[in-house]
Unconditional design. Structure first.
Length: 280
């Protein structure tokens, strides 16, 4: 006997309604799902962008502290470890302004790079010129407390002063000479390149065949490479900070630390007869 409508449906169809699949998705459901996915995608992108912004800010602050500490050494002052960070806090507004300027310049480079055909070449040339012109910028900020625009101008002046002081007041200075002359830390650069290449290989190659087990070897190798890359980057940053500080104090303040040999700076820019270029 048919008891109710539900049982009547069972009798007619021969199926239990609970065994039926989910109801078909409507256009409204698809729209809501798309909106939710878009919100999550934008949220993830926002967090990623925030991470990069904060990371860049911390990087600028740390580099400022390293430069301040290196400046004290170049001037012959014996300051404690916290001196650099104290100076970075004192110069924090200028470092913030410099950080904003670098972000704006980076966005402009990205826009230029999107130009068809010539974009990548123009971005490369502009990036090269920017890296040369701003070589002493953070050093100038930490030494004088100037703003970002004045730091770029001061950096250019310091570069010219360094080259003229080394090679004579009548020396010709061009971008090619500066690009080669300011190259420093060659061994560390080679090490960094090898580490990056090894890291890429480790990411794409599975080393389970070494011990017929899990991913422990691969994970351990990647972790070790990350640690070595961080240490190498720290040495590289410290080396650049010391170099720029010594040159800045020597060119702008006419001082030289006691443990720096004058002949080293006098021969900082020398002509290579086989190439006709200057090298540091």
């Amino acid at each position: 006997a048919v008891v109710d409508a539900g049982n009547a449906l069972i009798a007619d169809s021969g199926k239990d309604p609970s065994q039926n699949g989910p109801p078909p998705e409507t256009a409204l459901d698809r729209k809501a799902s798309g909106e939710i996915s878009a919100v999550f995608e934008h949220t993830n992108f926002g967090f990623l962008l925030l991470f990069f912004i904060i990371n860049a800010l911390i990087g600028v602050f740390t580099i400022g502290a390293i430069n301040a500490q290196a400046l004290s050494l170049a001037r012959g002052d014996r300051k404690g470890f916290g001196y650099g960070y104290a100076m970075a806090v004192a110069r924090f507004p200028q470092l913030i302004a410099w950080w904003i300027l670098t972000i704006v310049v980076g966005v402009l480079f990205a826009v230029v790079e999107r130009i068809r055909f010539v974009g990548p070449i123009l971005a490369l040339l502009f990036g090269l010129a920017w890296s040369v012109l701003t070589f002493f910028s953070i050093t100038a900020i930490m030494a004088t407390g100037c703003g970002p625009i004045a730091a770029v101008t001061g950096s250019k002046k310091t570069i010219v002063d360094c080259v003229k002081k080394i090679r004579g007041p009548q020396s010709d200075i061009d971008l090619k000479t500066l690009r080669v002359g300011l190259r420093v830390g060659g061994p560390l650069l080679v090490i960094s390149s090898l580490l990056v290449i090894t890291m890429m290989v480790a990411l794409f190659v599975d080393f389970r065949w070494v011990h017929k087990g899990g991913h422990g070897v691969t994970a351990g190798m990647i972790g070790t490479l990350l640690v070595v890359m961080v240490i190498n980057g720290a040495f590289h940053s410290a080396l650049y900070a010391v170099l720029k500080s010594v040159l800045y104090v020597w060119a702008e303040e006419d001082k030289l630390a006691e443990n720096v040999d004058t002949e080293v700076l006098d021969n900082a820019f020398i002509e290579r007869p086989q190439f006709g270029l200057a090298s540091l």
